[in-house]
Write a protein that binds this ligand. Structure first.
Ligand SMILES: Cc1cc2nc3c(=O)[nH]c(=O)nc-3n(C[C@H](O)[C@H](O)[C@H](O)COP(=O)(O)O)c2cc1C
Ligand SMILES: Nc1ncnc2c1ncn2[C@@H]1O[C@H](COP(=O)(O)OP(=O)(O)O)[C@@H](O)[C@H]1O
Length: 243
């Protein structure tokens, strides 16, 4: 898998491509269903598969005060998609100027000219372009005009609940990690750097580590959690105190 950063790299995708569209924060079961569909259908067509996403969550750019804490950092997204068979992970730079792009221009300039789209894969509720004016209907119409196919993935649910990054954020914030894990299809995790603390644990026979974390990530509700900790390729049984 090749990672492309839109702000640094103006190289175009070399071959015709299948493009998966969305923010994909969390890379939950719904997202992975979409991405697997993208990879499989692109293979069938003999084209490259590309996930086109943003390095910063649009909500955090457009509604600065309404901070959306993120579930997966860029680094984590790369890690999770690394061995899926995806050809390109494309992080574009979302800023105010970009947000004003009309859906029709996004299709023409980015999907068609830049990514040489032959297939677009989105979820049922995908919206794009200025103020979210574009939807799957518009995308399908443009597909007929420009000659690309569109696959719309129906809502992936667990127990009748549509899986979404918003519901995962709510579960994590409430401390309902079991539910978040079910929706994510893996264990919720946080990465960070070990920093020096008061070393109290050591004096009672438990080594402790203070983790400093990226401040935009979502944290579970204050409390004590049973965890596993991965340090330098070794996994330890652990207990983590949040707060
Ligand atoms: C060209 C373009 C312009 C966009 N402009 C806006 C905007 O003005 N307001 C907004 O809330 N989101 C805007 N978005 C973000 C989309 O509504 C949407 O969040 C994003 O494409 C990811 O889709 P998803 O939320 O279904 O994953 C824009 C997206 C694109 C591709
Ligand atoms: N449960 C789901 N089932 C099918 N597609 C989904 C699901 N959740 C999100 N998608 C699709 O994945 C892409 C990224 O969605 P995004 O808005 O980032 O996620 P979410 O809706 O979880 O916040 C969009 O095309 C969206 O329609």
């Amino acid at each position: 898998m090749q990672v492309i950063y839109g702000d640094q790299d103006n190289t175009k995708v070399k071959r015709d491509s299948g493009v998966g569209l969305g923010n994909f924060d969390g890379l939950h079961i719904g997202h992975m269903t979409l991405i697997n569909t993208l990879i499989n259908e692109s293979k069938k067509l003999g084209i490259d598969s590309v996930v086109y996403t943003f390095s910063k969550h649009p909500e955090n750019i457009l509604r600065k005060k309404l901070n959306t804490p993120i579930i997966t950092t860029t680094k984590k997204k790369i890690e999770l998609l690394q061995n899926t068979g995806l050809d390109y992970l494309y992080f574009d730079d979302f800023d105010e100027a970009f947000s004003r792009m009309k859906p029709e221009d996004f299709i023409k300039d980015i999907l068609f000219n830049k990514l040489k789209v032959k297939l677009a894969v989105t979820g049922f509720d995908y919206r794009f372009g200025y103020k979210g004016q574009g939807d799957v209907r518009l995308l399908k119409g443009a597909g007929e005009e420009y000659g690309f196919g569109v696959i719309v993935v129906p809502p992936v649910k667990i127990d009748e609940h549509v899986i979404s990054s918003t519901s995962i954020r709510q579960s994590v914030t409430k401390g309902n990690i079991e539910k978040a894990n079910r929706f994510l299809g893996r264990h919720f995790s946080i990465s960070g750097t070990v920093t020096k603390g008061r070393r109290v644990g050591n004096t009672i026979g438990f080594p402790t580590a203070n983790i400093s974390y990226y401040d935009k990530i979502i944290l579970p509700h204050t409390g004590v959690y049973i965890t596993s900790t991965l340090v330098e390729n070794k996994i330890y049984n652990s207990v983590t105190s949040i707060g």
